[in-house]
Design a protein around this ligand. Structure first.
Ligand code: G3H
Ligand code: 13P
Ligand code: ZN
Length: 311
């Protein structure tokens, strides 16, 4: 099976009350850990590549790793550009074989966001590629852009219909309280997503796939492991998994997870070197970190996304 778009995946997910996991990939071990879990659980999958990942690993390497995953798993896999920041970057990924791109102009005015998104949609659709856009601004860090909590803003439900109609985008990322990175909520506060906004958006966009960025749950056992082995991450707090599961049962069809993969990999490597300070063969510490990613992704597929058995 070749790489697929998200069209059919999202239709089934919307009607089935589950979501597809969109996991960020940067190297071979991450691709393998994610796809081995998905294969064992027969789960559809989105592998996404940020601008930074593409600069780190190179387009062709990532493309070939994902193609290898398709061959090895036989799963429906979509290869998606995460947070595309320009038409040229989106075009380059479309021309280079990606089946989905995100154009993220959420920091611009509504009119500018519509104009820039529409341009990407026209090119993408001419090439059989689907487009995710964003309305509302998430706090946190992505690539070199750091959005403070004060500058973030929830999506305005009254804008979504006009935005989708005028741009022709295929899915929409909205801001309902998630944020990028490992420090999503102030310690001592109760994390709570704005389900009222999600429900209002869903009412205005019937059967339309909604995307949640910044959806790592920052498992405390991983933070504790990092801190127990020389790390310093006090106050790292993520989105509660039961709230993500609730979102997945509603209009949310794509849930983005990157930070949790980083935590799993880093915790495992820190622990490994504490226990084996004399080792220096990368395979020795990358093998258990790949396994940790696999375990984490399996947990997400079953307990957060609900997409096991849906491939
Ligand atoms: O939303 C951002 C993703 O976590 C990707 O992060 O831009 O550091 O690769 P990155
Ligand atoms: P996290 O930082 O919560 O993993 O979010 C990742 C993301 O939204 C990628 O686009
Ligand atoms: Zn994101």
């Amino acid at each position: 099976m070749p790489l697929v778009t998200t069209k059919e995946m999202f239709e089934k997910a919307y009607n089935g009350g589950y979501a597809i996991g969109a996991f960020n990939v940067n190297n071979m071990e991450i691709v393998q850990g994610i796809t081995e879990a998905a294969k064992e659980l027969n789960a559809p999958l989105i592998l996404q590549v940020s601008k930074g990942a593409r600069a780190y690993a190179n387009h062709t390497y990532l493309m070939k790793l994902v193609e290898a995953a398709v061959i090895e798993t036989g799963l429906p896999i979509c290869l998606h550009l995460d947070h595309g920041d320009s038409f040229d970057l989106c075009k380059s990924c479309i021309d280079g074989g990606f089946t989905s791109v995100m154009i993220d102009k959420s920091s611009l005015s509504l009119e500018e966001n519509i104009a820039e998104t529409k341009k990407v949609v026209e090119y993408a659709h001419d090439h059989g590629v689907v487009v995710e856009a964003e309305l509302g601004t998430l706090a946190g860090i992505e690539d070199e852009v750091n959005v403070s909590a004060e500058d973030s803003s929830y999506t305005r439900p009254e804008d979504v219909q006009e935005f989708v109609e005028r741009t022709g985008c295929d899915s929409l990322a909205i801001a309902i309280g998630t944020s990028h990175g490992a420090y999503k909520f102030k310690p001592g506060t109760k994390p709570q997503l704005r389900f009222d906004i999600l429900e209002e958006v869903a009412k205005r966009l019937p059967s339309f796939p909604i995307v949640l960025h910044g959806s790592s749950s920052v498992p405390q056992y991983l933070v504790e492991k990092i801190n127990a082995h020389g790390g310093n991450m006090p106050g790292a707090i993520g989105v509660p998994e039961d709230q993500l599961r609730q979102a997945a049962s509603l209009a949310v069809c794509k849930i983005n997870i990157d930070s949790d993969l980083r935590l799993a990999m880093t915790a495992t490597i820190r622990e490994y070197f504490d226990e084996h300070p004399d080792h220096f063969d990368p395979r020795q510490y990358l093998k258990p970190s790949r396994e940790a990613i696999k375990e984490l992704v399996a947990h997400k597929i079953i307990n957060v996304l609900g997409c096991n058995g849906k491939a």
